[in-house]
Design a protein around this ligand. Structure first.
Ligand code: MLT
Length: 330
C-alpha cells in the first residue's frame, strides 16, 4: 500500500512537472523572442554570405522586435559554423545562413559531426547569386583569351584565391582549372571578403567570387572581370561576356542560400522566423540592393521549410557524385 501511494505520488509529481514544463514552453514560444537572436554566418565578415546576412538581419529584427546579431564563425568551408549551429540550443535564439556548401560538405569531408538532412530545421531559401571570374588590376591579360594564354605560359606561378574546401569560390576555381586543364596555386582564405581585399591589393592574381559585393569594383576598373558563370550576361555588367560564350560551354554556377535553425526548435517559433524572413526579403531596400547585384530573390513559396529541404536534398544528389569523381583536394 505504502509502495502504491508512493508510486501514485511519484506519477502525480511527474505529471505536474510535465504540465508545468509544457505550459512554460508554450508561454516561452508565445513570448518568443525576449532577447536578441544570433544569426551565424559560416564565412568571414565583408564577404557575400555576410553581406546577405547583414542585409536581412535588420528587417528581420524589426519585425521580431529584437535585434538579430550577425556572428561570423569562419573556417573549414563552413563546417565549423554548421557544427556549432547543429549543437546549439533549439530555442530559436540561434539561426543560420549558409549557401550551397551545406550540400557539398558531405562529399568533401570524411566525417561531419552533423547531417545536413537531419540536424537542422529548415526556415527557407533566400536568394541565388551569380559568380564572376575576377583578376587583379595589374594582370597582363585583358580578356579571357589573353588570360588563357597567360595561364598556359605561367602555370602554377598564377595564384587563385578561394574560401577553402566547401566554399563556392573553391568549387568555381577548381572547375575553371579543370576545364582549362591547368593547376594553379590555390590560396585559401576564411571567406571571399578577405580574398577580395587581397585581389584589390594585388597580392593574389585570380578569384571566382559572387556578385554580391564585386559589381562596383568591376564597374570602376579596380578588378578585371574575365567572365560570368551564367548562361546569359548580367544586366549590371553587360560588357562582361559569360564563360560559356567564351568557350567554357555549360560553365554555370549559381550560389543558392538558405536559412536554418538547430533541430528541435518549436514550430510556432520557426513560423515566426519564417514570417520575418519573408518580410525581410520583400523590403524594398533589400530587394533593390540584391537586384542591383543581379541576385535573384527566390519565389516566396521557396522561402519555406519544404522549399529549402527539398532543394538541399536535390543539390546533395547533384554535387555528391560530381565532387567524389573530381577528387577535389583539401
Ligand atoms: C563568403 O561569404 O565568403 C563566400 O560565400 C565564401 C565562398 O563560398 O566562396
Amino acid at each position: 500500500m505504502k509502495l502504491k501511494n508512493t508510486l501514485f505520488a511519484g506519477i502525480a509529481a511527474v505529471a505536474g512537472a510535465s504540465a508545468l514544463l509544457a505550459s512554460n514552453m508554450a508561454f516561452a514560444q508565445k513570448d518568443w523572442p525576449t532577447k536578441s537572436i544570433q544569426l551565424v554566418v559560416p564565412f568571414a565578415a565583408g564577404g557575400p554570405t555576410d553581406t546577405i546576412a547583414r542585409l536581412i538581419a535588420v528587417p528581420m529584427g524589426q519585425s521580431l522586435g529584437q535585434t538579430v546579431v550577425v556572428e561570423n564563425v569562419p573556417g573549414a568551408g563552413g563546417t565549423i559554423a554548421s557544427t556549432k549551429v547543429a549543437r546549439a540550443a533549439p530555442d530559436g535564439y540561434t539561426i543560420y545562413i549558409h549557401h550551397m556548401g551545406m550540400a557539398t560538405a558531405n562529399a568533401l569531408y570524411d566525417k561531419l559531426p552533423y547531417d545536413p538532412m537531419t540536424s537542422f530545421e529548415y526556415i527557407g531559401q533566400v536568394a541565388d547569386v551569380p559568380m564572376v571570374l575576377l583578376g587583379k588590376k595589374d594582370l597582363p591579360a585583358n580578356n579571357f583569351k589573353e588570360l588563357e594564354a597567360y595561364i598556359k605560359a605561367n602555370g602554377s606561378k598564377v595564384t587563385m584565391a578561394n574560401a577553402g574546401p566547401g566554399a563556392v569560390s573553391q568549387l568555381c576555381g577548381l572547375l575553371f582549372q579543370s576545364r582549362l586543364g591547368v593547376k594553379l596555386t590555390n590560396i585559401p582564405y576564411k571567406g571571399t571578403g578577405p580574398a577580395l581585399t587581397d585581389l584589390l591589393g594585388g597580392q593574389v592574381d585570380l578569384l571566382c567570387d559572387q556578385t554580391t559585393q564585386t559589381i562596383p569594383y568591376i564597374k570602376d576598373g579596380r578588378v578585371k572581370a574575365f567572365g560570368t558563370t551564367t548562361m546569359k550576361r548580367l544586366p549590371a555588367i553587360p560588357n562582361v561576356p559569360t564563360l560559356n560564350e567564351q568557350g567554357l560551354k555549360g560553365f554555370e554556377v549559381k550560389v543558392w542560400h538558405g536559412v536554418y535553425a538547430p533541430k528541435g526548435v518549436p514550430q510556432p517559433v520557426l513560423d515566426k522566423i519564417n514570417a520575418a524572413l519573408k518580410k525581410a526579403l520583400n523590403t524594398p531596400d533589400v530587394r533593390k540592393r540584391l537586384e542591383d547585384s543581379n541576385i535573384d530573390i527566390v519565389p516566396m513559396d521557396k522561402v519555406s521549410a519544404k522549399g529549402l529541404k527539398s532543394h538541399l536534398e536535390s543539390e546533395i544528389n547533384v554535387w555528391g557524385p560530381v565532387i567524389r569523381k573530381s577528387n577535389i583536394p583539401d
